[in-house]
Design a protein around this ligand. Structure first.
Ligand code: GRF
Length: 193
């Protein structure tokens, strides 16, 4: 990827809405020598997101953006990204849908992690739907973000097997463990291309 030119790490923002376990994991990864990215900014639409704590713990700048007016929210985010010279974005449990126009500004430079084997189970309640559908496997996917929800080019996927007595909660837990391995792997993969 051309944004790897030079020896410095690529300034990255992580967008969250909730717990932020993927954020924490990405921060830890970014601190490794082999990581092509550094995490320089955390964006959240939710002032109560638990994951914001990692901004404090790891001393990373955070910005809370109210999404009542999506146009305005995106303008504010773009400004913030510019101010902080951000060149790459990782969505990690970010519960808002970004507009076409926003994505155009970072075309090919936004990743998302989704807790299903896309193209199966786009959107919400993936674990519940996978169990209800009697799937033998589910898993997680890291993909590029395009203007259609959970539909961008797939980078990596990891399968997990569903147990007989699987519940959305047990499945979520099992998949999250794999998400934490998959996201860094996907980042390494795209930057080694
Ligand atoms: C993860 O399952 C992710 O795939 C989905 O939302 C969840 C976020 O978890 N998009 P966390 O906030 O990173 O702990």
């Amino acid at each position: 990827m051309e944004i790897l030119a030079g020896s410095k790490k690529i300034k990255t923002a992580v967008f969250i809405s909730g717990t932020g376990s993927n954020l924490k994991n990405l921060i830890k990864f970014s601190n490794l020598k082999k990581s092509p990215i550094s995490i320089d900014l955390i964006i959240s639409n939710n002032s109560k997101a638990k994951g914001l704590i990692f901004g404090k713990i790891f001393n990373i700048k955070k910005k809370i953006i109210n999404f009542k007016n999506i146009n305005l929210a995106e303008k504010k985010i773009l400004l913030e990204l510019k101010k902080n010279k951000i060149n790459f974005i990782c969505l990690a449990g970010f519960m808002k849908i970004l507009s076409k126009n926003f994505i155009k500004n970072f075309n090919g430079k936004i990743l998302n992690i989704h807790p299903s084997l896309l193209p199966k189970f786009k959107g919400l309640n993936t674990h519940y739907r996978a169990i209800k559908n009697k799937e033998k496997f589910s898993g997680c996917t890291v993909h590029f973000v395009n203007s259609k929800l959970d539909s961008g080019k797939i980078i990596l996927q990891k399968k997990v097997r569903l147990n007989k007595n699987e519940t959305p909660k047990t499945l979520a837990k099992k998949i999250l463990v794999e998400e934490h391995k998959l996201y860094p792997k996907a980042i390494l993969k795209i930057f080694s291309l």
